[in-house]
Design a protein around this ligand. Sequence first.
Ligand code: SF4
Length: 331
Amino acid sequence: MGCEVMQEALQEIKKGIRKGDKCLKCNRQAKVLLPYGPQKFCEKHFIELIEKRFRNTVRRYKLIKPNEKLVVAVSGGKDSLTALYLTQKFFRKTNSIVALLIDEGIRGYRDKALKFAIKNCNAWDIPYKLVKFKDEFGFSMSQIYRKMQKAKQNLGSACAFCGTLRRTLINKYSKRLKADKLITGHNLDDELQSILMNACDNDLVRFLRCGPVSGVKSFTQFVQRIKPLCEIPENEIMLYADYVGIEYYSACCPFRSEAKRNAYRKVLNSLERAYPGTKFSLWNFFLQVKPMLLESKQFKMLELKECKLCSEPTVSEICDACKKLKLLRKL
Ligand code: SF4
């Protein structure tokens, strides 16, 4: 069963099309309506539009240089598989590419998604490395979730644990794979949810992690993360993946309902529905503000160090992942 939230988002760009509506580029019957244009496209020109946006993002923000080793974090969902598909389509001649697959151990969900990831890696002839939470930390996410439910204190959402631990593993294995760049499948919606959420939490460091290049301070222990899909809305990625025939796992994570970002997703989607173009306006506003904040005194005082326990980058003595693991071991 596909994720309902994703299916709803997909209908948004299909439902406004009427018989006789013409594609902006070729006068054929349009299949897609992008209300923020507004623009209508046939399947062929929609595919071209998405590929052009991907390449423009890479060029505009200088995300990829020839000969760099690219590690792509792949979960088996539409975003990361689209990121891998486009990366290998446009950069396999100039760059070496490896997929990094993280198995958080969410039973009945990630195991199924990873089958899609592996199938596509094999089909596109991309080598991959699979890393499991259970092997690295001693706990799977399903076990962590059970521990959290039994705990007497409120430990926050499962996603806070999952996201922190996954980020740490991705950085650790990107270094081991000698990556120059780590590519993630973050789309425009993911980025805007994080921007709004971190602004509302008054969290400057996380706010500044958003954008086409994350990793706000250069640090030898930190592999630079790049997000070549960050200027493409989620529903457009899904439609692109369907049109070009990428097979991906479309069910939602069973813990997703806990994620704080759901509230921000709803707010942003309802604003976009009422005022088409809001998402791109907010994105452009963020791009103007980020360089100013990077120059701020408050930000310049922040120093990245090595975590005393695991040597991963952190702004405090012990990184978030080690703090969370310590807490889990106590439970
Ligand atoms: Fe992890 Fe939350 Fe994503 Fe599920 S929805 S994979 S728990 S971050």
